[in-house]
Design a protein around this ligand. Sequence first.
Ligand code: FES
Ligand code: FES
Length: 162
Amino acid sequence: MSEPRVDIAFTVNGEAVRESVAARKTLVDFLREDLGLTGSHVGCEHGVCGACTVRVNGVIVRGCLMLAAQCDGAVVETIEGVSDSGDIADLQQAFEKRNALQCGFCTPGMLLTAAELLSVTPRPGRAEIRQYLSGNYCRCTGYHAIVDAVEAVAQQRAGRKA
Ligand code: FES
Ligand code: FES
């Protein structure tokens, strides 16, 4: 018996998408396999590691825990779109400058999570940064450099506003 499919229409990185998707396909698999947006990664597939983080209607979600079919009518943003917008260019530069990435597997999710933190808490302390990023696992960096990078960007942005 063929798998049930669902017709969906939503926006991905500003582009309208209309597709018939397998009812059980996750959002991150749909983005990667059907749209070729491979910046969102698949790690644990259990909602633990944060590698699959994307934005849906402006809020970060686990792309492995959401079905593509649930996104009908939604606005989805991936690391590709957010990166192209220039909104996180300072975070990306800070990550590079401070060696806050090595293999890069966690980096798209880290960046989207850090961007959300700085939008809700513009001057987070180091403990707050660690707490907010605690759902994003990194096997390479030991986290210190990531916290340094996010803290540096918070300070830069505060300096620009002053
Ligand atoms: S792959 Fe989604 S949280 Fe790990
Ligand atoms: S840089 Fe390799 S998992 Fe974070």
